[in-house]
Design a protein around this ligand. Structure first.
Ligand SMILES: [Zn+2]
Length: 85
């Protein structure tokens, strides 16, 4: 067993310890019904894909903003949440 070989996961863990990789980024979620948008800053990581970043914004808006995110992938503003696709 090599003792001086780090796996990618171990390297990532070290990088995270040295410097928090998260930074604020503006993300816009729009209503698939009326086109209303909500743009806010969210803490994201440079390792996150755009899809993962959008998921952070969606989760926040669903939990705190009254938005709805359906299983079909649609987003609805507070005015249209619960109205169905
Ligand atoms: Zn709407």
């Amino acid at each position: 067993m090599p003792e001086n070989t780090l796996t990618p996961d171990e390297v990532n863990a070290i990088v995270r310890d040295m410097d928090d990789p998260r930074y604020p980024s503006k993300i816009t979620v729009f209503c698939d019904h009326c086109g209303a948008t909500n743009t806010s800053e969210y803490m994201v990581s440079s390792e996150m894909t755009s899809k993962e970043r959008l998921a952070v914004a969606r989760k926040h808006l669903v939990e705190h903003g009254g938005w709805e995110h359906t299983d079909d992938g649609d987003d609805f503003c507070p005015e249209h949440a619960g109205s169905g696709a």
